[in-house]
Design a protein around this ligand. Structure first.
Ligand code: TYD
Length: 204
């Protein structure tokens, strides 16, 4: 399976991944590239069920939620009409705000890790992966500043565990993955510049 020209951005809630996704997309578009930005959970039917769980409208078990994330991802990638693999084949550059690494980090913090790995083993690695590392404390401050109702995982102690899980999995990535660790405490502009310089260095 080919996930060329696919950039995944990961980070804790409030880390700034969505902002960076838009900034990179703009830069690639300025170069005349066809770019598709997306996110997980998706806005497709299974992703909407996931959002209801995150917003605490539906209560379920951590394992059922893990399966829902995985089902949403399967559809996101392989759907015959709008799946990402089809778009990649059509020559699009994909940027996705979260992917399977979120499941290992978040669901791995409350379910059996081997089980979570197993239900995500079908999903290929992307060509590019960026981890925006913002401290759990800063993330909680940013989330509180938004003033919205807090979602399921937006708790300091939980985010600390999630960050550990991210760092652990990113220490053993296959060599085929171009990986960038970036300090999310830096300004939006600095993070953007660092990501862009790195992307160019990988000949994207
Ligand atoms: P996100 O859409 O990034 O948050 P926001 O609501 O601020 O836009 O992600 C939603 C939440 O889902 C976030 O807490 C991370 C979590 N998540 C998982 O736990 N597992 C997953 O596989 C994915 C994709 C997200």
């Amino acid at each position: 399976m080919n996930m060329d020209n696919t950039i995944v951005i990961e980070g804790l809630d409030g880390a700034g991944t969505t902002t960076q996704m838009h900034l990179i997309a703009k830069r690639l578009e300025e170069e005349g590239k066809k770019v598709f930005i997306t996110h997980e959970p998706t806005d497709n039917p299974i992703g909407r069920i996931v959002r209801d769980v995150l917003q605490k409208k539906i209560k379920t078990t951590p394992e059922a939620l893990a399966l829902l994330f995985s089902a949403d991802r399967d559809d996101h990638l392989f759907n015959e009409e709008y799946g990402l693999l089809k778009m990649i084949e059509d020559g699009c550059y994909i940027i996705t705000d979260r992917y399977k690494y979120s499941s290992i980090a978040y669901q791995g913090a409350e379910c059996n890790l081997e089980y979570i790995e197993a239900i995500n083993s079908r999903f290929p690695h992307p060509s590019h992966l960026i981890f925006v590392d913002t401290s759990p404390e800063s993330c909680m401050k940013r989330i509180e500043r938004r003033g919205c109702e807090k979602e399921l995982f937006e708790r300091l102690e939980f985010l600390k565990k999630v960050r550990e899980n991210y760092l652990k999995q990113f220490s053993s990535l296959p060599e085929s993955v171009n990986y960038l660790y970036v300090d999310g405490e830096k300004s939006i502009e600095e993070v953007e510049e660092e990501i862009w310089t790195w992307l160019k260095s990988t000949n994207l």
